[in-house]
Write a protein that binds this ligand. Structure first.
Ligand code: ADP
Ligand code: ZN
Length: 597
């Protein structure tokens, strides 16, 4: 058996590259030597007459034509040369050798000064290029750094399960794996089979990375992390090499945890298209599958991957022996949010009487990352105001900033634009207050934030796990309320409604194609690339439009019946920029009093 077969795959490639390198070196040395020889041998200069005589003599062995230079090699290996610029004269000598069947060799012309400079330049470029390729190759063979992050178990950024809150189920599911990592051999002897490929599925910012890191640290093993998108390489084949390198490192460190963030970047279904980028991705994924199959039961490497799109992963990835355990990491509910806030509030000074449960109640839909960000922004605001502790107003400010984008101060908007914006937002508010199943309106503002000129903020009053048809319809109506007010109050339309319309149509389309909430009945359209008949697509389009126009009519009706309230609201906004829930209520109750009077 050749020795290279005894080596694992990655080392075999190493040997191959080394062999190729030595071979290339050998060729280079030999070429140089030949060159050295031909130039340094003593050459006798002769004239043309002598050359012709020599060509007919028995001593002549071969002829070399090197541009204008003719070189004759004699039987005794000595060389004689002369310059023959005339092509006819050259031909005559060549014919003499030809007739005698003596070997004739043509060499390239001797370069001029410029040509030789170009040649040298080219040679240097070639060397540089070879150097670069070699360096890339070296880097890809394991010499490179910055490929992945390595954290020691006892590193300074050590996190424990106590730092991850609101995801108790996921923690329980990982307990067995930690047991395995603590002592892989004992675990094996007892006949246990811990999952070594775990898929954490959930929206961004829910703590998937944190969980994987904490699992490694709880087990006291190194944490190797890498982002799925880093496998998308400029050079074909390097992604696969990266995977190989990652697992070589993991085997060295074992027991350890390998974490692949956003694995969908490399784990998409194979064979989607024939372009070279997707072929390269397929190759990278194949390598990952090979590495995962190569785990021996005892080698103590656990691979944890995270994704928000488990549905687009290649099915081979989730087969037994690979990522065969799926753990859902979802947005936390109100209790979970309070626990997460607890973790992040540890290093903050909070105002007396401010309950974290109050913040938790006001932040449905916030991820762990959002909550961490919220407390951080609140702390910054408190510092800026020289407050002794973080208070409610700082938390409110931070929440507005996260939900609506930062306020943009110090740039002038003319009154006409402010008025138009106020009417548009008032339309959202009017519809939002009228519909029964939507999220309560919480705040409205015509201070420009981010790219928006105004914002109406509605917050779910509770965690919504189920979205009913009425809720979705109310949402669409509310989104269209801005446009309705433009049309009815101002008799115009603005481009500012484009985002509202986009979101409304998106909801309507999902109602038709995913939730089966249209006359077309339970329908699932699946992915855009799936084949569908044009008739079906036309009917889907029609059903979507029907939902939109019904809700548009509804929004216009509501706006039309609330003109007085809307005028009050607009006046309030023009005066104060921002109105909160209480002030909004005042506008609407005033109207009722006026009516009663
Ligand atoms: P993911 O990997 O799911 O996108 P991360 O683990 O990167 O999310 O979370 C980002 C940050 O958000 C964390 O570093 C942490 O500060 C905070 N965070 C997210 N989820 C939680 C949680 N469940 N408990 C505590 N902090 C969390
Ligand atoms: Zn709007």
């Amino acid at each position: 058996m050749p020795f290279s077969r005894l080596l694992p795959r990655s080392q075999k490639t190493g040997v191959m590259v080394a062999t190729a390198f030595v071979f290339a070196l050998l060729v280079a040395v030999l070429t140089l030597q030949t060159y050295y020889h031909t130039t340094k041998t003593v050459v006798e200069e002769i004239n043309f007459t002598q050359l012709r005589v020599l060509s007919e003599a028995a001593a002549a062995a071969s002829l070399t034509v090197d541009g204008e230079m003719l070189i004759v090699k004699k039987q005794d290996n000595s060389l004689s040369q002369t310059i023959v610029p005339n092509a006819v004269a050259q031909q005559e000598i060549i014919n003499l050798f030809g007739k005698r069947n003596l070997p004739i060799e043509f060499r390239s012309e001797k370069p001029g000064a410029f040509a030789s400079a170009v040649n040298w330049g080219f040679a240097i470029l070639m060397l540089a290029f070879i150097g670069l390729v070699g360096w890339r190759l070296y880097a890809s063979m394991g010499g490179g750094s910055g490929d992945f992050n390595l954290e020691d178990a006892r590193g300074s950024q050590s996190v424990t399960f106590a730092d991850v809150a609101g995801v108790d189920e996921a923690k329980n599911e990982l307990a067995e794996t930690i047991e395995f990592l603590r002592d892989p051999e004992r675990f094996g002897r007892l006949g246990g089979r811990a999952p070594r490929g775990i898929l954490l599925c959930g929206p961004p910012g829910t703590g998937k990375t944190l969980l994987a890191r904490a699992a490694a640290h709880e087990a006291g093993v190194p944490f190797l992390s890498v982002s799925g998108s880093s496998f998308q390489e400029k050079f074909a084949g390097l992604g696969a090499a990266r995977v190989r390198r990652l697992f070589t490192k993991a085997r060295q460190l074992s027991p350890c945890v390998v974490f692949i963030d956003e694995i969908d970047a490399l784990g998409r279904r194979r064979g989607r298209s024939s372009d070279s980028a997707s072929a390269d991705q397929d190759q990278t994924l194949n390598q990952l599958l090979i590495e995962m199959d190569g785990f021996a039961q005892l080698n103590g490497v656990v691979v944890i991957a995270s994704t928000n799109r488990p549905d687009i992963l290649d099915q081979a990835l989730t087969r037994p022996g690979r990522f065969d355990r799926e753990i859902a990491v979802n947005l936390a509910d109100v209790r979970g949010r309070e626990q997460i806030l607890n973790v992040h509030a540890r290093k903050l000074k909070l105002e007396e009487g401010m309950e974290l449960s109050w913040i938790a109640r006001g932040t449905p839909g916030f991820s762990g990352a959002d909550l961490a960000n919220l407390l951080n922004e609140a702390a910054i605001a408190a510092t800026r105001h020289d407050a002794a502790a973080v208070g409610r107003e700082h938390v409110e400010y931070a929440r507005d900033k996260i939900l609506m984008g930062a306020e943009r101060h110090g740039f002038m908007i003319d009154e006409d634009e402010r008025y138009t914006t106020a009417v548009h937002e008032a339309g959202h508010v009017a519809v939002g207050l009228d519909v029964k199943n939507g999220d309560p309106v919480h705040k409205v503002s015509i201070l420009p934030r981010g790219r928006a000129l105004g914002v109406t903020q509605s917050l779910p009053d509770r965690d919504r796990l189920m979205k009913k048809r009425e809720y979705l319809e109310d949402q669409i109506a509310m989104l269209l309320g801005g446009r309705a007010a433009e049309q009815i109050v101002l008799d115009t339309m603005t481009a500012g409604a484009s985002n509202d319309i986009e979101r409304a149509v998106e909801i309507a389309r999902r109602m038709v194609t995913e939730f089966g909430m249209s006359p077309l009945g339970p329908l699932h359209l699946g992915k855009p690339e799936d084949p569908h008949s044009q008739t079906l697509l036309d009917r889907v389009e029609q059903a979507t439009n029907d939902i939109i126009s019904a809700q548009m009519t509804r929004a216009r009706d509501i706006v039309g019946s609330r003109r007085i309230e809307i005028d009050l609201l607009v006046a309030g906004l023009m005066e104060r920029d921002t109105l909160d829930a209480e002030e909004i209520q005042i506008c609407f109750n005033l109207k009722q009093k006026q009516r009663a009077a």
